[in-house]
Ligand binder design. Structure first.
Ligand code: ADP
Ligand code: ASP
Ligand code: MG
Length: 443
């Protein structure tokens, strides 16, 4: 069994959906995970914002505009009148459901139900298309097996059991379609795996089904060595280890959801990043193997807050760090980077939701300083093999940029620097020029 996930751009129009149908039309058993059509989740986020503010007229206008876009897709996708009718009825059903929210109290629960509509629509429309093409497939509702627990972590046991039960209902079927991103939560409400979460769905499904491979089909030919939205002359990386890919995803390489590598790694299922617009391109293979020997890539994570706790009592005081970490644990706030000296500890978080409460508790340990608008620059590669040269090259490239924190040695494949967000573009550009060994294959 293979898992193939197609992102928003890959299913972003009638034409693209046809291409996806071509790509998946063979006898190999597979589960196809679809995102919402590109632009839809953003539109739903905006609609929800209007609904929160009770701006019902504006919300309705945006719902109508989105409905019109989908009507055009339906007109272009299906050839038979029967399927056009069926698909338009489906649209009416979903868009009436959205319009009904203007009548009700709007809370986070309703918002999540609104956000789920994109994936429900794309998968249903795609299933209709396969039916019209007489391609045998089954639409599996992700809400029947995808679940997060009270800590918003995937409930892996539940997912395994319920996915297996769903698949068992259809022995003899080789092609399953399901929604990325959406799930139920511990309270039985509709929820989601956060923006970009369809990659995470694919990886969780791949792990649960013990898949032979997880393919992430997107609009670029694999993981590039640097952020192609910011830096020119980036190139795809042929192979990455799970750990290297996980670091890049977590530290800002948007091609993968931050948590999406772990489930695949735990079950040792290789992940392949492929380009729907260029299906013959090799892409990136992520597996347990490490090629070693070089710096592979750079990524940047924005929206970071740095917190420094200065305390005279830290010197020689065992238990100090534990007390600090307990504060973050109480507020369920993960720490990304940490550096220490004899008198102070600096750390970073990317979720400032409970910052005020955290800072006020930390003040009981000493003086606390907070810096907002920070960016983590993460360099990924094999630092064991390159131990003597890599850091020199990195610091030389960044010599004109103030470094707020440096983290090295935490793992063998990551070196991170904290900088002001305003220096990000310069840092990524300088690193691109300074640290990669270009060869003709990359030119
Ligand atoms: P999808 O909708 O298919 O999930 P995304 O937009 O989430 O696609 O991810 C693909 C995009 O990620 C690319 O178009 C690219 O602009 C961006 N990206 C950021 N960093 C990287 C990187 N290091 N390598 C490849 N793509 C990257
Ligand atoms: N549709 C969701 C989003 O736009 C999930 C995804 O595309 O992965 O964030
Ligand atoms: Mg994505």
């Amino acid at each position: 069994m293979k898992i193939l996930k197609f992102g928003g751009t890959s299913v972003g129009s009638a034409e693209r959906m046809r291409e996806v149908a071509n790509l998946i039309h063979n006898d190999e058993p597979k589960i196809v995970v679809l995102s919402a059509m590109s632009g839809t989740t953003n539109a739903l986020v905006q609609i929800a914002e209007k609904l929160y503010l009770n701006l019902n007229e504006e919300a309705n206008a945006q719902i109508d505009a989105l409905h019109d876009t989908y009507k055009q897709v339906v007109a272009q996708l299906y050839t038979s009148e029967n399927k056009q009718k069926q698909a338009n009825e489906l649209l009416n059903h979903h868009f009436e459901y959205l319009r009904a929210f203007t009548q009700d109290l709007f809370t986070v629960h309703e918002e999540r139900a609104v956000l789920a509509q994109g994936e429900l629509l794309s998968t249903a429309l795609f299933q209709f298309f396969l039916e019209e093409q007489s391609i045998n497939s089954v639409l599996l509702p992700a809400l029947n097996f995808m679940k997060i627990d009270e800590n918003e972590e995937p409930d892996v046991t539940y997912i395994e059991k319920n996915l297996a039960a769903e698949l068992e209902k259809y022995t003899g079927t080789n092609l399953f379609i399901t929604q990325g991103y959406i799930c139920h939560n511990a309270f039985g409400d509709i929820d989601n795996l956060k923006r970009g979460g369809s990659d995470y769905s694919a990886s969780l499904i791949g792990a649960a089904a013990n898949a032979s491979e997880i393919q992430i089909w997107t609009d670029i030919d694999g993981m590039h060595n640097n952020d192609p939205r910011i830096v020119k002359n980036t190139y795809p990386i042929a192979q990455l280890s799970f750990d290297e890919a996980a670091e890049l995803a977590y530290f800002g390489a948007k091609i993968l959801h931050p948590s999406s590598v772990l489930p695949a790694k735990q079950k040792n299922v290789p992940v392949r990043l492929l380009n729907t617009m260029q299906p013959e391109a090799k892409g990136t293979l992520i597996s347990a193997e490490s090629q070693g020997g070089s710096i592979k890539a750079v990524a940047a994570k924005d929206g970071i807050t740095a917190i420094k706790i200065k305390s005279g009592r830290m010197l020689l005081a065992y238990g100090f760090l534990r007390s600090v970490f307990e504060v973050f644990e109480r507020y369920k706030t993960p720490i990304d980077m940490i550096t220490t000296s004899e008198v102070a500890v600096s750390l970073t978080i990317d979720n400032p939701k409970n910052l005020e409460a955290i800072v006020s508790e930390l003040k009981t340990f000493g003086q606390v300083e907070v810096d907002h608008n920070q960016t983590i620059i993460c360099v990924v590669g094999d630092f064991m093999a390159e131990r003597t040269g890599a850091s020199l090259k990195i610091f030389d490239a960044l010599k004109d940029i103030p470094l707020r924190m440096i983290s090295y040695g935490g793992s063998e494949n990551n070196m991170s620097m904290l900088i002001n967000a305003s220096d990000k573009v310069t840092a990524l550009t300088k690193l691109n020029d300074g640290i990669f060994e270009r060869n003709t294959a990359h030119a």
